[in-house]
Ligand binder design. Structure first.
Ligand SMILES: [Zn+2]
Length: 448
């Protein structure tokens, strides 16, 4: 572009300032941001351990499994979290409850708290879930699953890691922001949802009824999976496909196979043929462990009661986990071909039904801002190189990704979720909060 022939003096001065002076205001802003982050980190460290244990003790004492397992739902746990927030002066939450007549309160609670940042158009969200799985075999536990037991750095109790740790790390950061009276560069959002362990109805209710709440430009972290070394950042999931097979033949006496059509042997034949799916869909992706899709026969429904009966009906199930690049329709087509072959050969009928399937969701790109900020924060906090991974299990991250919301699943985990003696490390809770602080303030200074 040609220069104007004449530049007035003030404009020239301004131009010289821009060209010659170092960008002082920006540097100062960055320095303030780093200092602010250090103050929040110091606040987290100050009395963090006591707060972590007190919060975990409260949460552990409140059963919150869903009605499918005879549990009461999440309302009492939600009330405890809300009471804690109110004490901090953070009572202004947005409720997105889902009616559910199966639980005593009649609702499955979901609620969001937003602490405003300087830029209120974007939010760093921590989404945690309020439900837990039931304790399972209580004899396998060393103590009562609903009474927090603290041994050194470890806290034992049902839900300690899955997902009380996720709840607590968010609460810790909110408390530190209130205590330091610091306004972060962007909003901090805490979203608490119900029913993660069974059906994801909580997050899907939020996505449906409050589509404005989570925005594609937001940064979304789901602290609900990870590894002890803090390096694993989960950015994609395999697609889950559960199929139910009903093999129908003709019941008969064990001594008269010629008068019967044996569905157990036909089912066994089909199960062995379906092992061939591993060869039919051999694609590999090293982000996942195992790197290929999996196709496993799992549950067998009870058959005939007597040894001398040839069964006329056999029901079995398969659990399939497909890489994001493997189309479920192609897998189902191949399954049907094998079922047709068994029908033809054994004279049975095979009904194939979808028992459960997850949405097909794109991966969160490794250069999405949430991933980049998280990588930098992990490097700064832990001094380790993070790795982008995929997982075979399912979280509601896929539901968010299917809605065009990039997100990362990450926490520093002991990996004891759903197990007897489930535990969470006090340090992990604090360091997760520190990592999110670094993401929020983009403070990259390594920990001394
Ligand atoms: Zn979980």
């Amino acid at each position: 572009m040609p220069l104007p022939r004449r530049i007035c003096a003030p404009a020239l001065l301004l131009l010289m300032c821009c060209v010659l002076s170092p960008p002082l205001p920006l540097q100062a802003a960055q320095m303030n941001q780093a200092e602010a982050a250090e103050r929040v980190l110091a606040a987290l460290d100050k009395d963090g351990r006591e707060v972590v244990v007190a919060l975990h003790r409260t949460l552990a004492a409140i059963p919150s499994s869903g009605p499918e397992s005879g549990g009461p739902g999440e309302s009492k746990k939600a009330a405890a979290v809300l009471a804690w927030l109110r004490e901090l002066g953070l009572g202004d939450v947005q409720r997105v409850d889902l009616p559910d007549a199966r639980v005593p309160s009649g609702v499955r609670p979901n609620f969001a708290l937003v602490l405003p940042g300087r830029d209120t158009s974007r939010t760093l969200w921590i989404i945690s879930h309020l439900d837990t799985v039931p304790p399972g075999d209580r004899k396998a536990w060393t103590g009562d699953p609903y009474t927090l037991r603290v041994q050194g750095d470890l806290m034992y109790g049902r839900g300690a890691e899955d997902d009380h740790q996720g709840i607590v790390s968010g609460l810790l950061l909110a408390r530190a922001l209130v205590g330091t009276r610091l306004v972060p560069p962007l909003n901090l959002g805490l979203l608490f949802v119900s029913d993660e362990e069974v059906d994801d109805t909580g997050i899907n209710h939020v996505l449906k009824t409050r589509p404005d709440l989570l925005r594609p430009t937001d940064l979304i972290l789901i602290p609900d999976g990870g590894t002890p070394d803090a390096r694993t950042v989960i950015l994609s999931e395999k697609k889950l496909l559960w199929l139910k097979f009903t093999v129908l033949g003709k019941q008969g006496h064990g001594s008269e196979p010629d008068k019967a059509v044996n569905t157990l042997t036909a089912a066994a034949d089909l199960i062995m043929r379906l092992r061939g799916l591993y060869n039919d869909f051999p694609a590999q992706d090293p982000k996942f462990d195992p790197p290929a899709s999996t196709f496993e026969a799992t549950k067998l429904a009870a058959g005939v009661e007597s040894v001398n009966m040839i069964p006329g009906q056999t029901v079995f199930y398969m659990d399939m986990r497909l890489l994001p690049t493997v189309p479920a329709s192609a897998v189902r087509e191949r399954v049907r071909q094998q079922a047709d072959a068994v029908e033809h050969e054994s004279g049975v009928r095979v009904r194939v039904e979808v028992e459960s399937d997850s949405v097909s969701a794109p991966e969160t790109p490794a250069d999405a801002e949430v991933a980049l900020r998280l990588f930098r924060a992990i490097r700064a906090e832990y001094g380790v190189e993070p790795t982008a991974r995929g997982m075979g299990g399912r979280t509601f991250a896929s539901d968010l990704r299917a809605h065009g919301l990039p997100c990362a699943v990450w926490m520093t985990a002991t990996g004891t979720w759903h197990q007897p003696d489930e535990r969470s490390s006090i340090s992990n809770n604090l360091r997760d909060a520190r990592v999110v602080t670094r993401m929020l303030f983009e403070a990259g200074t390594p920990r001394r």
